[in-house]
Design a protein around this ligand. Structure first.
Ligand SMILES: Cc1cc2nc3c(=O)[nH]c(=O)nc-3n(C[C@H](O)[C@H](O)[C@H](O)COP(=O)(O)O)c2cc1C
Length: 360
């Protein structure tokens, strides 16, 4: 039903406008807390097979919403009500910024994919703080990036400023160095630049929240060479990060025709064409770090089969963005249900039991 509506009607309209409209409607419909709780109970009934403890917190499932959907933390309660176990807000930057000129988001129905070059459009980390005060009960990751106008040499200070503001409110913090849409950002994935950045953000989290260790993760691109993936994994172990998120969108265009490449221009590709590489990166990371870090698998996850495949490859948690857009508001609840069934069928007592069991 949603698929029919999406392909025949919704897909005729500009994707960014449709996102704003759809998200606005969801926020309005689930504005009232009692209604949200009711919907949540319907969409995500407690299931011991799906529950797991991560980052010192009980999660009622392994499936979260990826960064970029709720950049400014305006609707995470409503998104949680749909059945996601956790929500990652952001990317937030130190300064508010408008992002790139429109149009900057495109659908590729043929490939069940999106291309975006939004460029971290967001109201800035200061404005978001008021909206993410704790006690909302939603497990919340907060994803940080560099403001476009801040030169690369001052990137660390920009991340640190945001970390200072939001640390207290985060269940985990992500240093995002992998968006293709902020010039130079991905250079920060090089270990010589990444080390001082992560050390400074860690020190900030410890200073601002001395009473609790705020988990720190780094989010990487699928376009890193395998050796560079290994180097980031080694650095994450050395600095005792809590985890790695793999992956962001890709700049690879091999799945597109020449006409599509010219029509869409620059940007990050997400959805089905990203799946194989994102899965391979999780496998590689798992082989390198074992269970010492929490791996969050993201990229091309469309179904419960994809979720389980990513978990078997070594991910403890997974996220989706494009699969949710194509699957509609029922996607998180449906995928949860299906995952519980799959775990049962394959003889796993719970999600934890399945982590990393299919690789190697
Ligand atoms: C429109 C759009 C905006 C995004 N914005 C962000 C962002 O601000 N920060 C970030 O770390 N990732 C961002 N992403 C990347 C997603 O979080 C995710 O890593 C990627 O899309 C792969 O997952 P998917 O195939 O399930 O979409 C964005 C993705 C899309 C499609």
């Amino acid at each position: 039903m949603y698929r029919f509506l999406f392909e025949r009607v919704l897909a005729r309209f500009d994707p960014e406008r449709m996102h704003q409209l759809g998200f606005g409607l969801l926020r309005a419909l689930l504005w009232l807390s009692p209604l949200r709780q009711l919907v949540r109970r319907w969409c995500a009934p407690p299931d011991p097979r799906l529950a797991l403890r991560v980052f010192g917190r009980e999660l009622d499932g392994p499936i979260g919403l990826a960064a970029g959907f709720d950049k400014d933390a305006v609707g995470f309660r409503q998104l949680h009500a749909l059945g996601f176990a956790f929500i990652e807000i952001g990317t937030l930057t130190g300064r508010a910024q408008p992002g790139n000129p429109k149009p900057r988001m495109f659908r590729l129905l043929r490939l069940r994919a999106l291309v975006n070059r939004l460029g971290f459009n967001n109201g800035g980390s200061l404005a978001a703080v008021a909206r993410v005060q704790r006690s909302h009960g939603v497990p919340l990751g907060i994803n940080l990036g560099k403001s476009k106008l801040v030169p690369e040499a001052e990137a660390v200070a920009d991340y640190v400023e945001s970390a200072e503001r939001i640390a207290r409110h985060a269940d985990y913090v992500v240093v995002n160095v992998s968006s293709p849409n902020t010039p130079g950002l991905r250079n920060l994935q090089a270990v010589e630049l990444l080390r001082p950045l992560l050390v400074s953000v860690r020190a900030t989290l410890e200073r601002v929240v001395p009473e609790r260790r705020v988990p720190l993760l780094v989010k990487i691109a699928p376009d890193l060479a395998d050796d560079d993936v290994d180097a980031v994994a080694d650095l994450a172990l050395e600095l005792a990060l809590e985890g790695i998120i793999a992956t962001n969108t890709t700049i690879d265009r091999s799945a597109l025709t020449q006409v599509e490449i010219e029509r869409l221009g620059a940007g990050g590709l997400s959805g089905a064409p990203l799946k194989e590489r994102a899965l391979a990166v999780i496998r590689r990371l798992h082989a390198r770090v074992g269970r010492e870090l929490v791996l969050i698998g993201v990229g091309g996850i469309e179904s419960a089969e994809d979720v389980l495949e990513r978990i078997l490859a070594g991910a403890t948690l997974v996220q989706a963005y494009t699969g949710f857009i194509y699957g509609g508001p029922g996607w998180p609840a449906r995928t949860r249900r299906e995952l519980a069934r799959l775990l049962h069928e394959r003889g796993f007592a719970n999600v934890r039991d399945a982590v990393g069991r299919g690789s190697g």
